[in-house]
Write a protein that binds this ligand. Structure first.
Ligand SMILES: Cc1ncc(COP(=O)(O)O)c(C=O)c1O
Length: 434
């Protein structure tokens, strides 16, 4: 393996991206400064040329930061012992990971199916729903569930769906947060629906539903014989300041989906947690839905390491406390510089969104933050919202770094977007598209 810091020049990597991976991806990389990330530790990511960035993005993966020592220890020990299984024998790490994961979940969820990506977990949930006679899928506008064909059918954004139609038949979208609209739809398909929702819509731009929405949805599903799947791939494992959004609302879904941070920021792992009843088809025939790397021992060690890291570091509570402080400060800084251009700064735990009234500032601020040493994210389903998903392990010094960088970035971009603020710098304005 070549060390890109030494072996290949920056231009060479860019050329390989353009000719071997994706021209569009290469261009996007250039937009964000052409940096090549080659290392990470805790809240920081480092580049081939030695630049350091505070990682408050990474699409919500790094709740415990990068290479958390506990996760690394679990994974390294497993790597030395037995990384990939025959899949013929029983394998202890899978059983232990499933047990540890279920202990964190709402009571009533009793089985786990492991996969690699979030979208794969969504696919498994959709298939389980079919085995229970639920052939009508109901999701929310703006919701994000991934981009494989089944998951994409649920993802509520036309720009991602259009090139790939036809998608799954029997898929419906309702306004998020509107229990009445959901109830009206479910009444037309008794006993046939599977409702898939996020407790907070991440990619839609951190959209928080009214208090009691999930409980109302649970009740409506019961009333109309629908299954309820909570997609906690982004919100789970403490991200919202609770183990799961479902726990906060005291709701037990029929299935709960996990991913992103589940592999401890070290390996890709996702999971479907299901009630025994819903899982019965997989109980009966373990070959009806399989994949080669499902529950691979290395990933199962990462899951146990991740859960241990969250417990040891009290990261759920830290996400709640730190999230409260960050929300207050980020909101204060954004409003100070952008004034009325900020529609809302909202968040739960360490999932925080800064929504602007016009397209432009969110994308420009994202680029400006990189120039100031901070990685954040745009929102795949909303170009108006800058999204921050900081790790729960931020130290006070790192938090101060974030505030200062955010303040500088806001000041610079306010000069471009707020009339009469200050002379505009030279870079072209642009909205970031996924
Ligand atoms: C709520 C939610 N579900 C599903 C997914 C898809 O996960 P993946 O990109 O790992 O397939 C995402 C990814 O952002 C997500 O936020």
């Amino acid at each position: 393996m070549t060390d890109p810091g030494e072996g290949l020049a920056r231009e060479d990597i860019g050329r390989l991206y353009r000719t071997r991976l994706s021209k569009g991806r290469a261009t996007l990389g250039e937009l964000f400064g052409g940096h090549q990330e080659t290392g990470s530790e805790g809240a920081w990511v480092t580049t081939a040329t030695g630049c350091r960035f505070l990682n408050c993005g990474g699409y919500g993966v790094f709740l415990m930061g990068a290479r958390h020592p506990t996760v690394v220890r679990y994974v390294t020990e497993q790597l030395r012992r037995h990384p990939v299984a025959t899949r013929l024998f029983l394998e202890p790490q899978a059983a232990l990971a499933a047990d540890a994961l279920l202990r964190t979940a709402p009571p009533g969820l009793e089985r786990v199916h492991f996969a690699c990506s979030g979208a794969e977990a969504v696919e498994a949930a959709v298939k389980l729903a079919r085995t229970r006679g639920r052939d009508q899928l109901v999701a929310a506008h703006g919701g994000y569930h991934g981009k494989t064909m089944g998951a994409l059918s649920l993802t509520g954004k036309a720009v991602f769906q259009e090139p790939f139609r036809p998608l799954l038949p029997g898929t419906h979208h309702v306004p998020y947060g509107d229990a009445e609209a959901l109830g009206a739809l479910l009444a037309t398909m008794p006993g046939r629906a599977c409702v898939v929702l996020e407790p907070v819509q991440g990619e839609a731009g951190v959209v928080i539903p009214p208090v009691g929405y999930l409980r109302a949805v649970r009740e409506l599903c019961r009333e109309h014989g629908a299954l309820l799947v909570l997609d906690e791939i982004q919100t789970g494992l403490g991200r919202l300041g609770h183990w799961w959004g479902a726990v906060e609302e005291r709701v037990t879904p029929d299935m709960l989906l996990a991913g992103k941070g589940l592999g401890g920021g070290v390996l890709p792992v996702s999971a479907v947690l299901a009630s025994a009843e819903v899982f019965s088809a997989f109980d009966k025939d373990p070959y009806i839905h399989t994949s080669t790397f499902s529950a691979t021992p290395l990933a199962m060690a990462a899951v146990q390491g991740a859960l241990a890291a969250v417990e040891e570091g009290d990261l759920v509570r830290r996400a709640q406390d730190l999230g409260r402080e960050l929300l207050r400060e980020i909101s204060r800084i954004a409003r100070r510089h952008f004034g009325g251009l900020v529609r809302e700064v909202r968040g739960k735990g360490l999932l925080i969104g800064v929504e602007f009234t016009v397209p432009g500032p969110a994308g420009d601020l994202l680029v400006e933050l990189v120039d100031n040493g901070v990685v954040a994210n745009h929102s795949l389903n909303s170009h108006l919202v800058l999204r921050l998903t900081p790790p729960a392990v931020l130290t006070p010094a790192e938090t101060a770094f974030l505030y200062e960088a955010f303040d500088r970035a806001c000041r610079a971009q306010a000069a471009r977007h707020v009339p009469h603020a200050r002379p505009a710098p030279t870079r072209e304005s642009g909205t970031i598209h996924a």
